[in-house]
Write a new protein. Structure first.
Lengths: 336, 269
């Protein structure tokens, strides 16, 4: 099932595929929805939008921003998951490793309970997500021994701490308006995304760019700090760029979509089964797969039922059987 | 012969505990330097000082006359390659991908290996006889094969000095011999110097008998006690002094007129 066996550089067809597949998914997402718009009309609104008319409003102000947000969030979560797995030499870690999700979740809950929700939710969740990562790193620093393990431990501790704080807020929240909002935020959704939220694409692109630039160095880092250093790598420098980049794009992603589990863990593994463990290939493949997967999931979320389904439910429901299928098909693939 | 590496009055402490002190030795290019000593005497710490992973509390390690602490990581890796004793596999990379990591010191800041690195990697695999394994996952290899792959990775680094931490630990007879022969070829054909920490004085004898420039340093009580040609300094008395065991060194005359030395252990003291 592995589609590449020889260690050749990224072949051209794969490069093209990696760009075409997510783009194709985004185009499908423009067509899909309760309000019917023909492909021809979508084409027209994209290249000569007539603002004020219904099709243009639906495509340009609702479906396109939402679809782009989904693509970038999916790509960010998947690629940061892949980067964390490599840097921490642990195939079980995911993109919310350093407490990003719980930190952002607490920030969002605080905004909902104390500040009435609305636009303030985004900066608020961002601030607390960054704070959680900072605290994780500080907690990891207290024990000076094995920084990789202590950093993961720090993330776990801080996640638990912010989880508890969120529980306090849930306990205090109005059970008819605020509590559902908090619960839904933790399930993830792109329903409230508008053009304004596409600002978050900037940090996501920067973060992904850093990971992309250092992608081959992840291979070397995954040999462990000692070996990576003797192989000639300035481990501190690359870990800073990679962990910083992964944290930046995860934080931005979580802030606009809420908590979306599973993607950051499993998309990298699907990538490993398809193209192997070389991060030179795995990183671009994770970006592309993550984007395509999330756009498809968002199409399903919008269209499966009369009301919207939370994203987090679908990523697990669709992702799990697909992962099991791949596991069977590849017989554990490279994990034997 | 030019001096490649020099340890000058090297000392290292862990907190208050002194690991070693007054270490002085020189390694010339093409020389095999065997570091012999009991468990826990600080061989690995010494190797870490040479690799710039650990900082000596006093003294210095000079590489080509410049302190290793002055080197940038990639510069150092171009001069010293390291074959670790234990290697924990993380992800199931292919053998080729692992050996390519030896080229990290030659890739640009944000670069990946190039065609040139591919060629160096395949040449290194060829040299250790593992080219046919290039596209196999490396975590399925046996201990001996894994060691050869790690050696290939170090060869790909194209460094004039190779550091080995107990290179033949856990290897069976054939693999041990294969590995020794491989190192001898490297010294002979490429003029690479070896600094190896080992538990087996027999290996020092073996390489000396193959006509290489071997220096043995017996290391106990925190410093080098005996240093010189293996056949001269490894004696029953020095073995008793360093390891606390009584041993006999038997000599056998080979057909070609050379003498093979072998150590037989008698009892602990």
């Amino acid at each position: 099932m592995k589609i590449l066996n020889k260690n050749k550089r990224m072949p051209l067809w794969l490069n093209i595929l990696l760009i075409v597949v997510p783009l194709f998914c985004v185009i499908i997402s423009l067509l899909a929805g309760r309000y019917f718009i023909s492909p021809l009309e979508v084409w027209k609104t994209l290249f000569s939008p007539s603002f004020g008319e219904a099709p243009t409003t639906v495509v340009m102000e609702l479906r396109l921003p939402r679809s782009l947000a989904a693509a970038f969030v999916g790509a960010s979560l998947a690629v940061s998951g892949a980067a964390y797995q490599g840097v921490f030499r642990n195939p079980l870690v995911n993109s919310s490793l350093l407490g990003v999700s719980q930190g952002a979740g607490f920030g969002a809950s605080l905004a909902i309970v104390a500040l009435g929700g609305g636009a303030v939710l985004y900066p608020c969740s961002f601030i607390f997500a960054v704070m959680a990562v900072g605290l994780s790193i500080l907690a990891g620093r207290i024990a000076k021994s094995n920084t990789n393990v202590t950093l993961i431990l720090g993330g776990t501790i801080v996640s638990a701490f912010f989880g508890a704080l969120t529980s306090i807020l849930k306990y205090m929240a109005d059970p008819y308006s605020q509590l559902p909002s908090i619960t839904f935020w933790f399930m993830g959704s792109f329903a409230s995304v508008g053009s304004i939220h596409l600002v978050a694409i900037i940090p996501m692109v920067i973060g992904m760019g850093l990971i992309f630039l250092c992608r081959w160095k992840i291979n070397v880092l995954s040999m462990g700090d000692r070996e990576a250093a003797t192989l000639g790598l300035n481990t501190g420098f690359y870990k800073l760029l990679l962990i910083g980049g992964a944290t930046l794009c995860t934080t931005a992603a979580v802030c606009i979509s809420g908590v979306i589990g599973w993607v950051g863990l499993v998309i990298p593994h699907i990538g490993r089964m398809l193209v192997g463990n070389d991060n030179n290939r795995l990183i671009p493949v994770s970006i592309s797969l993550g984007a395509a997967f999330m756009v498809i999931i968002d199409i399903l979320a919008r269209n499966l039922t009369a009301s919207e389904l939370p994203i987090g439910i679908l990523t697990a429901l669709v992702g799990t059987p697909f992962f099991v299928y791949l596991l069977k098909k590849t017989k554990g693939g490279v994990w034997r | 012969m030019s001096v490649l590496l020099e340890a000058k009055d090297l000392a290292c402490n862990y907190g208050r505990h002194n690991v070693f002190h007054d270490m002085n030795f020189k390694i010339h290019s093409g020389e095999i330097f065997c570091l012999l000593g009991p468990n826990g005497c600080g061989k690995t710490t010494l190797l870490d000082c040479v690799l710039g992973l650990n900082f000596p509390s006093s003294g210095d390690v000079l590489l080509d006359g410049v302190s290793v602490s002055q080197y940038r990581r990639y510069n150092l890796a171009q001069k010293i390659a390291f074959v670790p004793q234990l290697h924990q596999a993380s992800f199931p990379y292919t053998v080729r991908e692992v050996v390519l990591m030896g080229r990290a010191a030659y890739t640009s800041t944000f670069g990946s290996p190039t065609e040139e690195d591919d060629i160096a990697c395949e040449a290194a695999l060829q040299k250790v006889g593992m080219l046919s394994y290039a596209d196999k996952p490396y975590h399925n290899l046996s201990g001996g094969e894994l060691k050869l792959v790690l050696l290939a990775r170090a060869i790909g680094q194209k460094a004039p000095l190779l550091l080995l931490d107990e290179p033949t630990a856990h290897l069976d007879f054939r693999n041990e011999l294969l590995f020794l022969e491989m190192m001898i070829t490297l010294c002979r054909e490429e003029g690479i110097a070896l600094l190896m920490a080992t538990h087996s004085p027999d290996q020092a004898f073996f390489m000396e008998e193959k006509g290489l420039n071997v220096t043995a340093a017996m290391y106990a009580k925190g410093t080098i006690c005996y240093i010189g040609k293996p056949s001269e300094i490894i004696t029953p008395d020095t073995i008793q002094d360093v390891y606390g065991v009584r041993a006999r060194i038997s000599m056998e005359n080979n057909d070609d007129g050379t003498v093979s030395r072998k150590i037989s252990l008698l009892h602990t003291v």
